[in-house]
Design a protein around this ligand. Structure first.
Ligand code: ADP
Length: 487
């Protein structure tokens, strides 16, 4: 719009200036021609024919009828001949100052009562030395009016063109960019849950269509390589399980041998511990990679989350008692979700075990938690169509910098403590996988030294909805026992 405004302004100024120059020059040429004719045809013959003849001829040639121009002949400030006053608009010649005999020739403008006048003055020196002043003039009214009219037209045309061009340009651009907006929105969602979706191909027959095809094939390749990696990890962890079980069995057998030296028993026991740890890692890894690879199927059913939470928390009470922690559970009755009971149980176990793990049993042993008694609270409630499971503890908490990473695989904020407590850094990653597969979300809030709260939101089964009468999508999901989505 700016460029167009500049271009139109330059164009308008050029047209206006050009026309003004042209009109002025043609007026000047006409006036000069009139004055020259008068001098050449009449005044030049003054020496031969005399003043009376000259004046008579001039009078005859330049009729006195009123027009928008005039001719005036004067000498020493005395008018010898002049045509009538100008009209349309009326300008009286007496208003125009008479030139002095010494005035040099040329063009000048004069302002009179009726308007402005352009005058061409041509002096002629007679045989007796007197200077005759020949004036040919014209009113500038017509030219001024024409230029004013042109000015209005140009301003109006510039504004109208600018408005239309801007609106047109805006709509054209919007139309042209609409496919890009659609692509951008789609592209932003791809990969959020899984890579299965593709960009819509808009048949624009141009670079955009080619770009969409290229991006889609790039996503194909990425999906293939991700699938490959996931399958590889899933297979690898699966393959590792058997040798670990065999090693464990064999070590246990060796321990049964009588008269083993005490160092050998110690070594065997610590090796068994390490094998246990490795088994835990392999098991967690297998669970998580299978979820990723879509190889794990979920048994979706209508389940009472409150009941599961209460039962699972009860099972973990022993663990809390061992650490002298208070473990509380409060739940609204009958919060029903559509999910896999086993996996949701795993979510609760992972969260409560973490809370127990990272909460010091006795306040006096932990500098961070002086004066408080370690406690873990599990709550289940509903909010905006979601079941809300919260596990809150007043344990060691997590620092602000590490908080965003706790759902990452193998991430352990407090490596030594986590390792001592048997953690492998996959507990929260598994929670996230399972919750995402249930189309829910998980978040964590924590203050270092004060405690943490993990919140899980799971979509509630709508009122009156049973598994049999679930929405078509859910019914399809239930029939096929949907594959878990990747994290
Ligand atoms: P881990 O097996 O090490 O517990 P998780 O994936 O369960 O692995 O947790 C990742 C990290 O997040 C842990 O190492 C721990 O530092 C931190 N974390 C998890 N839950 C809590 C909690 N309730 N309080 C403090 N830190 C926690």
């Amino acid at each position: 719009m700016g460029l167009l405004a500049v271009a139109l302004s330059v164009f308008s100024i050029a047209i206006y200036g050009g026309l003004r120059t042209y009109l002025n020059q043609s007026l000047q040429r006409g006036l000069a021609a009139t004055a020259n004719t008068l001098v050449r045809d009449f005044l030049a013959k003054l020496p031969q024919k005399g003043e009376t003849w000259v004046l008579g001829e001039i009078r005859e040639s330049y009729a006195a009828t009123a027009t928008d121009h005039f001719v005036r002949l004067s000498v020493d400030g005395r008018v010898l001949y002049q045509t009538s006053d100008m009209h349309d608009p009326t300008i009286q010649l007496s208003d125009l100052a008479l030139p002095a005999s010494s005035s040099p020739g040329g063009y000048h403008r004069q302002r009179a009562k009726g308007g402005r006048v352009l005058v061409y003055l041509q002096p002629f020196t007679g045989p007796d030395g007197r200077v005759f002043q020949v004036e040919a003039g014209t009113s500038l009214y017509a030219v001024t009016q024409t230029l004013r009219w042109l000015e209005k037209i140009l301003v109006l045309a510039t504004v109208v063109i600018l408005v239309f061009a801007t609106l047109g340009g805006y709509f054209l651009m919007e139309h042209a960019l609409r496919p890009l907006v659609t692509l951008t929105e789609k592209a932003a969602n791809i990969g959020r849950t899984r890579l299965g979706e593709r960009l819509p191909v808009i048949p624009t027959r141009d670079e955009l269509e080619r770009l969409t095809h290229s991006l889609n094939s790039m996503i194909d390749r990425m999906e293939q390589s991700l699938d490959h990696n996931r399958r590889f990890s899933a297979d690898a962890s699966h393959e590792l399980r058997t040798p670990l079980t065999i090693m464990r069995g064999e070590l246990e057998e060796m321990l049964r041998i009588d008269d083993l030296p005490p160092e050998a028993v110690g070594n065997l026991l610590s090796t068994l511990d390490e094998i246990d740890r490795m088994s835990r890692i392999v098991n967690s890894l297998m669970a998580i990679t299978r979820l990723d690879a879509g190889g794990e199927r979920m048994n979706l059913e209508k389940i009472d989350l409150s009941a599961i939470v209460e039962a699972t928390t009860e099972h973990l009470r022993l663990l809390a008692d061992e650490k002298h922690l208070l473990l509380g559970c409060s739940s609204e009755p009958e919060i029903v979700v559509f999910g896999d009971a086993m996996r949701l149980k795993q979510v609760i176990v992972n969260l409560v075990v973490n809370a127990i793990k990272y909460t010091p049993s006795d306040a006096s042993t932990e500098g961070d938690a002086v004066g408080r008694h370690g406690s873990v609270l599990v709550t289940v409630s509903t909010t905006d169509g979601f079941a809300k499971l919260q596990v809150t503890d007043n344990g060691i908490g997590i620092s602000e910098e590490t908080l965003p990473r706790v759902f990452d695989r193998f991430y352990r904020a407090d490596f030594a403590r986590s390792r001592d407590a048997g953690g492998v850094g996959l507990g929260l990653a598994i929670v996230k996988s399972i919750v995402t597969a249930h189309e829910g979300s998980v978040s964590i809030e924590s203050v270092l030294g004060q405690g943490s709260t993990v919140t899980v939101l799971l979509p509630l089964l709508k009122a009156g909805q049973t598994v049999g009468s679930a929405s078509p999508e859910e019914a399809a999901v239930s029939e096929k026992q949907i594959r878990l989505q990747s994290v």
